[in-house]
Design a protein around this ligand. Structure first.
Ligand SMILES: Cc1ncc(COP(=O)(O)O)c(C=O)c1O
Length: 408
């Protein structure tokens, strides 16, 4: 599909066939103290979009700026929807459904962006992709790299969960742990591509990450019988997934396939609440420190913070902050009462829904359609359970031991 770029901040339009990252005039104002300026939005051609209205079905690929070659090499999409009956009854909301993006090839939502970035690299005849990641984007890009035969250079904070780093090493990426924060790794990966070339996949810095992530909304639209939920919950760190979810619904609306973008709720930890704070107060300065245990959403300077705040307003959404203890509780509740095993960052969305459930019932009624996006698998970070969940002691290999174990 034909497309142009528009700066999210000054609205300057750019038309180019080259790989394009940021609005140069806004980006040059960035001094590292506030959310970055200059991220660009991919604007799809309106005539091309209008044609999609005539189709009986649409797929995410119909809305992509690049064609994805050999889709089955790295099969992204088609993730299941779970309807957690016990939890729906517990919270008095009949129509809760959960989109399990933990089922994607590398175990997180980030595969959606990595698929389109791989397509972008192939279209531009580039073989090398560099990025910074808190862990999941790196694992996803490394997975895509292995599938398509692309070289991946990954900068990660040395403190990232070992399972995520191990995944990237196993997929064959060049992993560069950084003695610093995610924000430091972000800056270093940009320095790398400026020096050595290749595509930079940094979240939101490369606008195609948002385009890839929008696929979830288009997929939901088809899975739900060509309709969209009333409210969508998503966990937020940099604000790139949030923007992707919004953009998918926005493109559906521009194509005339839906009337209204759902309310999209930005779920954040109180220990990493930069975007929520900016939405509430208009303060776009960086956080002094993000300390949440939910490592994937621990961000001081959200790379896509300004666009996310704009989209919270445009979707008539809101931000809900929860404590880290509520996130870990939500993670265990999902496992025990719904059989859904997600990492802490993903459980933040559920913790936010729990915090909001009375308000949701009062404002929208108990049959409101609420979709919770689960963005990462629980297997990504087992260390979080150390000291909280233990495996029972082994019994002797005898019937007597079984009787002793279970007799009351
Ligand atoms: C599992 C998971 N959930 C949510 C997020 C938040 O996405 P974003 O940083 O785009 O806000 C991330 C980002 O790494 C993630 O890995």
């Amino acid at each position: 599909m034909r497309f142009i770029y528009e700066c999210c901040d000054c609205h300057q339009v750019y038309e180019t066939d080259e790989v394009f990252y940021q609005c140069p005039s806004c980006a040059q104002k960035n001094d590292g103290t506030a959310f970055p300026l200059g991220n660009v939005i991919v604007k799809l051609n309106e005539e091309d979009l209008a044609k999609l209205k005539e189709q009986e079905h649409v797929s995410m690929y119909d809305f992509f700026p690049y064609q994805v070659p050999h889709k089955d090499v790295y099969p992204v999409g088609g993730t299941p929807i779970a309807r957690p009956k016990r939890l729906a009854e517990k919270y008095g909301l009949k129509n809760i459904f959960c989109k399990l993006d933990s089922a994607l090839p590398s175990g997180s939502f980030k595969d959606r962006a990595s698929q389109l970035i791989a397509a972008q690299a192939i279209a531009h005849k580039q073989n090398r992709i560099a990025l910074a990641s808190t862990g999941n984007a790196g694992a996803a890009m490394s997975c895509a790299g292995a599938a398509y035969g692309l070289e991946i250079i990954l900068f990660v904070p040395a403190t990232a969960p070992v399972n995520k780093l191990m995944q990237s090493v196993l997929y064959g990426a060049t992993v560069v742990p950084v003695k610093g924060s995610y924000d430091d790794a972000f800056a270093l990966s940009i320095a790398y591509t400026k020096q050595f070339g290749g595509i930079n996949r940094n979240t939101a810095y490369n606008p195609m990450t948002i385009e890839g992530k929008k696929s979830i909304s288009i997929e939901l639209f088809e899975q739900l019988g060509r309709k969209v939920p009333d409210v969508v919950y998503v966990s937020v760190g940099d604000g790139c997934i949030y923007a992707g979810v919004y953009k998918g619904f926005y493109d559906l609306k521009m194509a005339g396939l839906i009337d209204k973008v759902p309310h999209i709720v930005c779920a954040q930890s109180k220990q990493s609440n930069a975007i929520s704070r900016a939405w509430k107060t208009g303060d776009f300065s960086n956080l002094a420190k993000a300390t949440t245990r939910a490592d994937s959403i621990s961000v001081e300077s959200p790379a896509n913070g300004r666009m996310a705040v704009r989209y919270i307003h445009e979707s008539e959404g809101w931000a809900t902050e929860v404590d880290d203890s509520e996130i870990l509780e939500a993670q265990l509740e999902l496992a025990k009462e719904a059989g859904i095993f997600v990492e802490p960052a993903a459980a933040c969305a559920w913790a936010a829904l729990k915090a909001d459930h009375t308000m949701l019932r009062e404002r929208f009624g108990s049959d409101v359609d609420v979709c919770v996006l689960f963005t990462g698998s629980g297997f990504k970070d087992m260390a979080v359970f150390t000291g909280k969940v233990s495996i029972p002691e082994a019994i002797e290999n005898s019937k007597e031991a079984v009787i002793k174990r279970f007799e009351r």
